[in-house]
Design a protein around this ligand. Sequence first.
Ligand code: GAL
Length: 688
Amino acid sequence: MRISRRIAANVFTALLILAGPYLHAQATNYADKPPLLLGAAWYPEQWPESQWDKDLSLMEAAHITVVRVGEFAWSTMEPSETQYDFGWLDRAVALAAKHHICVVLGTPAAAPPAWLTTKYPETLRWDENGVRDEHGNRQQFSFTDPKYRQFAHAIAEQMAIQFGHNPDVVGWQLDNEYANPSFDPTAKAQFHQWLQKKYVTIAELNRRWATAYWSQTYDNFDEIPVREDGENPALLLEWKRFVSDTWKSYSENQISAIRPHADSRQFITTNTMGWFDGFDEYTVHSVLDIAAWDDYIDSDHYDYISNGATHDLTRGYKQKNFWVMETEPAFVNWRKTNTPLFKGEVRDMAWQAIGHGAETVEYWQWRSAPNGQEEYHGVLVGADGTPVPVYDEIKKTGEEFAKAGAALAGTSPHADVALVNDFPSRWAIDFQRHSAAFEPIGEMLAFYRPLREQSQSVDMISIDAPLDSYKVVELPGLNVISQAIADRLIAYVRNGGHLLLGPRSAMKDKYNALQPERQPGPLADLLGGRVDQFYALDDKIPVTGNDGSGTASIWAEQLSVQSPDTKVLMTYGKSNGWLDDQPAVITRQVGKGSITYVGTWLDDATLDHLTAHLLNEAGVKPILPGIPAGVEVCRRSGQGKSVLILINHNTDAEHISFPSPMRDLIGSQDSAVSAVDLAPYGVAVLMP
Ligand code: GAL
């Protein structure tokens, strides 16, 4: 049938009018997105469609420019097996675009629908004791199960076919907060295959794991038990590595469904949980485009140093700017007592994220769900669809993002000092803490705090990251070390780098076996010293040195010096007899570089002094000297620009003057200033 051009044109115009609200001529392409995005998790499937426009109008008024949609909506997207319904999602994305809001789509794999787990119970997760999950709640799936992966692939593929070229969709979030491994028969069989691939023969595994101990010798790979504690340390470490590889292949399964149908401008990521150590984030991030994390305060108060460290940790997964995919609009619902952030701290936290390299800050969640497990969680808008008090603070933040965005475009943090985070080492220490208070994250933070306060910029990196650009590299607890890593560290020092090792360093090989040489194993020659013995401490003991006196706690290694040019920087005072007057910190100059070994957990003030000493030797300077305690300085630079973000985390106002005037980008007027007054939780964004 032939249709005249005129009729066709009329039909087209009529279609356009009908589709009116859902078609958006100037789509928000990610390439044209604002440089700083403010966003929220939006669950349109929970609300009548007639209410969407009001929600989106309120978002637009708050300068919200991105929403994350779709995660957990599996039962709405695929109400019954292979019957897909994306019409509602299509309309939600189009309506968001009409409000100049772009979209990150979540694959719904963290919340399988009831029809799936009922018909295919093998997709359900087993716990360590062999108990299979019931349907309900979320994350009740087995991450290895082939059937589950098939369904997760299919829904991701259908979504990508539908939205992979949609200009308003800027990226994809896989699943939600990967967390629990499964101990089902498939997982166990895959673990055994994984071990066989790695060790080839059971004899090699027996040798590396030293299985003669407690008669653990295996004849076959499938005899090997699967547990998360109480087993041979080599087995425990390999299980974690297997779990990491499995989350990686779990991601790849969905990536292979999305990528062929998606524009390359659409990124693929997942949202992580800060210091969570269930798997190695570097392994999983090797297949993701960007890193993203969910920034929640899990204690009674917002500790900005520790929160900043987690931003730096996340930035280190891909060594580039990242997203805060979720954060709290003042409070959560899952702590014992869900006290709110103080008024002003929500904005403070948002700017801290940007200062540490976030490109986006998204609140969880936009609007109270009408029902469900999280009715009490903080939101921007109540179930009635009108703003709650924190909305205004977030709106103000959005206005500021819009003002400062252009200056911050193309910039990121840069640091002269790096702190190494190593998952195998953290696991290895955790499996056998020996001193209950030896908490690997606490140890990382103990070293991070003075570095951040004094240098004002720290990269947190994997041990595999390039080291050459850093003046100082600290390894608070690199317990597990291979010869290849030791060789790189030795080369770093010989090339003029300053290396600091914390207690328990270089004690184990990569199979979690004790090194055949005394600690720090392959680094002992370079150090010209070694650990003669380690001791758990139940009380503080004195330490003294040129930079002052203080205390050590939790763990103390009795060090000795083997080379005439290795110096003792600190010595233990009277304690258990073994440690009395013995070296606690030793250092050796190697050409222009140095290696320092800290054998104990020092009190904050003493570690401050030691850090100052090291940074001074290495020529590391703060970005902005003379800043009052509690005021954080962040710098982002790039494309010939440099932007400073100053945040007053104190409850008192602070006056800060600068050596030369700077442009105040978010103040009442965009002008050059030579000082700023920061109110409690106040922020200044400045361009030198
Ligand atoms: C996150 C999760 C969200 C929501 C939030 C509440 O861990 O990803 O879906 O449950 O916690 O704080």
